[in-house]
Design a protein around this ligand. Structure first.
Ligand SMILES: Nc1nc2c(ncn2[C@@H]2O[C@H](COP(=O)(O)OP(=O)(O)OP(=O)(O)O)[C@@H](O)[C@H]2O)c(=O)[nH]1
Ligand SMILES: [Mg+2]
Length: 369
């Protein structure tokens, strides 16, 4: 895991870095809030922006934190990660710290980490988040998508688990999504360490794929029950829609990897044209075949995909639908006041008695019989 580093920004980023640290990746985290970052005990290197106490879902505060501390942050990242080939910046798109800091931070790191590819692991929120979070996510993803030299962007879709488990707690969803996403990256990196008689998928192949600009996904599927090449292709295509990443929506894969692990006979059912029929054949394909007696599993990596516009539309739709109401809420914030209908009644309120001081002799004579 030494060649890939994970830099978490904000709470979600720190949690992803925590899992990555337990898997042996080099990790670090940045936050505007010490209390959030301190819980990620497995991440050894931490930078807390001085003078901040969280960003309270305000992206402009995250941005300010980078503006005020970018020199220290860049040196922190340069000093922390040693001999890595790839750095992933991990963050959620709908909070304030990670979402506000990461686009500018990534852009600055691209100029200051020569020879290291930079990618992103960005969390897209689930269906239950409110308008403010949706606005943050849309703004952040737009900014990320416009960064010129940025390599693979993995979009962790919290809604993928929410869909299947509407009753799950946030904590369960977060933990499981973080785990599945890092597990996917760890697995392909581990494959590059194996050797095969039939075709290796090596680290250069992986770095080639991950170095592609655009959205990347990694998915695995067991093909134990498959009988034909069409069965295998359909299993793989299903995995592109049901992984932890935003489902693949449209054609346009630029670089791809196909890794087969399992018995030799099942490997024969892999037919590249039918696998890519839906998304178009990539410019380059890197393959690996690892024969073993374990259950047959196919892992695919698709890179250079377009941003998922339907998924983003689902996120933005509820804002569009509620445009007037939301604009009304904002206006109301600054104009609203309460007028009491019983202001006349204030006069009824008891007034403190005034104590009039009289002379002693007049009081004495008042009681005289
Ligand atoms: N997958 C995943 N999503 C998370 C996790 N933690 C938070 N989220 C998502 O991130 C959003 C909240 O963002 P945070 O990462 O807590 O925000 P932050 O970057 O710390 O920014 P502020 O708290 O506003 O300072 C939630 O609505 C979720 O969508 C996590 O560990 N895993
Ligand atoms: Mg936070």
């Amino acid at each position: 895991m030494k060649s890939i580093g994970i830099l978490g920004v904000g709470q979600a980023g720190g949690n992803i870095a925590e899992i990555a640290a337990s898997m042996g990746f080099q990790t670090a985290l940045i936050n505007t809030n010490q209390r959030d970052g301190l819980v990620n005990t497995r991440v050894e290197k931490k930078y807390f922006c001085p003078g901040f106490n969280g960003a309270g879902q305000d992206r402009s505060i995250g941005l300010k934190a980078v503006n005020e501390n970018y020199r220290e942050i860049i040196s922190f990242v340069q000093d922390t990660f040693k001999n890595i080939k790839f750095l992933f910046v991990a963050f959620s798109t709908d909070g304030g710290t990670g979402s506000g800091m990461s686009p500018l931070l990534i852009d600055l790191l691209l100029d200051n980490l020569p020879g290291i590819n930079i990618g992103a692991i960005a969390v897209v929120p689930d269906r239950n988040v409110l308008a403010g979070n949706r606005i943050n996510a849309a703004e952040c993803i737009e900014q990320i998508s416009k960064i010129d030299s940025l390599s693979s962007v993995f979009l962790i879709d919290n809604d993928q688990l929410r869909k299947i488990n509407p009753q799950s707690s946030k904590h369960e969803i977060y933990l499981s999504s973080n785990h599945q996403a890092m597990e996917a990256i760890k697995n392909v990196l581990q494959v590059t360490k194996k050797s095969s008689f039939y075709g290796n998928f090596d680290e250069t192949d992986l770095m080639n794929i991950l170095g592609t600009r655009g959205v990347t996904i990694i998915t695995s599927t067991a093909i134990t029950d498959a009988k034909t090449t069409a069965d295998v292709a359909s299993k793989i295509q299903q995995s592109w829609g049901s992984s932890i990443f935003c489902p693949v929506e449209s054609a346009g894969v630029i670089r791809a990897g196909i890794i087969y692990e399992g018995p030799e006979n099942m490997g024969k059912l892999i037919n590249t044209p039918s696998i890519f029929a839906r998304v178009g054949e990539p410019l380059e394909l890197f393959e690996g075949t690892y024969i073993s007696e374990s259950d047959p599993v196919i892992t695919t990596i698709l890179a250079g995909l377009p941003y998922p516009s339907r998924r983003m539309q689902a996120l933005e739709e509820s804002l569009e639908k509620n445009k007037e109401r939301l604009q009304g809420l904002v206006k109301k914030e600054h104009t609203q006041k309460y007028e009491s209908r019983i202001s006349w009644a204030s006069n009824l309120k008891a007034k403190p008695q005034e104590r009039k001081s009289g002379s002693i002799s007049s009081k004495l004579s008042k009681y005289q019989k």
